[in-house]
Design a protein around this ligand. Structure first.
Ligand code: 6PG
Length: 247
């Protein structure tokens, strides 16, 4: 389902409220909530809203576990770090214990980081296939999501849960979850805002797959729900506006 918002603030507010509600319901029924965080800039405002009243006191944070869909293999104090952004905008404001936070630790080689992250997932999910309760995703203007990059071998990965990728123009590697793992999530929520995303979002949601699918088109929940939260600028090239439930 696609939900259209007038701007990024309205989108962030609704996303934060949805995350808080899902956390409450899931903790009530299952005792814990696994939240897969997205990197980049789009989720920043959503994280800020979760870390302040009224949402701050509405979530049983003690039972929430935080994971990342991907990480850039940069220093932990590097402003490009996805974990650092979430730490600054969300986690450091929350009453949580270190063992609830499961970052992708890139201190070693990228492959060792990917292997260690996979081991952490095996441990948390007690050997069962990882099924995140809510997976937050962003969308790059080239159609990537997490760090599933166009042309990457990680797009075809079906056995491993995590993989190493790299953008030719970047001086660092990335570690990403693979699409099959993300697709196990109970709820996948894309957050897409800004006019720069309009062409790729138009291609993706209008069903273009020529010459090849975008990485984000690999995201298709095996049994969960897929939601797109988009603002009007990003939705500028979408057809079938009847799909929207305007806000
Ligand atoms: C990353 C992100 C990536 C991001 C998109 C959108 O590490 O780069 O995980 O998948 O979500 O690139 O980024 P923006 O929100 O900054 O547009």
């Amino acid at each position: 389902m696609i939900k259209l918002f007038k701007d990024g603030e309205a989108l962030a507010r609704d996303a934060a409220e949805l995350i808080a509600e899902q956390a409450r319901l899931t903790v009530e029924s299952c005792g814990r909530f696994s939240l897969l965080l997205a990197g980049g800039e789009t989720p920043r405002r959503c994280y800020q809203l979760l870390a302040q009243e009224p949402l701050l006191d509405s979530v049983p944070w003690h039972a929430v576990h935080f994971f990342w869909g991907d990480e850039r293999c940069v220093g932990t104090d590097d402003p490009r770090s996805n974990a650092l952004m979430a730490q600054n905008e969300l986690l450091q404001q929350l009453p949580v214990q270190p063992e609830q936070i499961h970052p992708i630790r890139c201190g070693q080689s990228p492959q060792q980081a990917a292997d260690a992250y996979q081991a952490e997932l095996v441990k948390y999910f007690a050997g069962n296939p990882p099924r995140f309760d809510l997976a937050l995703l962003g969308l790059g203007d080239d159609g990537h999501t997490a760090s599933l990059l166009p042309g990457s071998a990680a797009l075809a990965e079906s056995g491993r849960w995590s993989a190493v990728t790299r953008r030719p123009e970047e001086d660092f590697s990335r570690v990403t979850l693979t699409a099959p793992i993300i697709n196990q999530a109970a709820l996948i929520l894309f957050l897409v805002a800004g006019s720069g995303k309009a062409p790729v979002l138009g291609d993706i949601l209008n069903g273009a797959t020529i010459p090849h699918p975008y990485p984000a088109q690999l995201i298709c929940p095996t049994s969960g729900e897929l939601l797109w939260f988009v603002d009007q600028d990003a939705a500028a090239m979408l057809i079938e506006r009847a799909l929207f439930s305007a806000v």
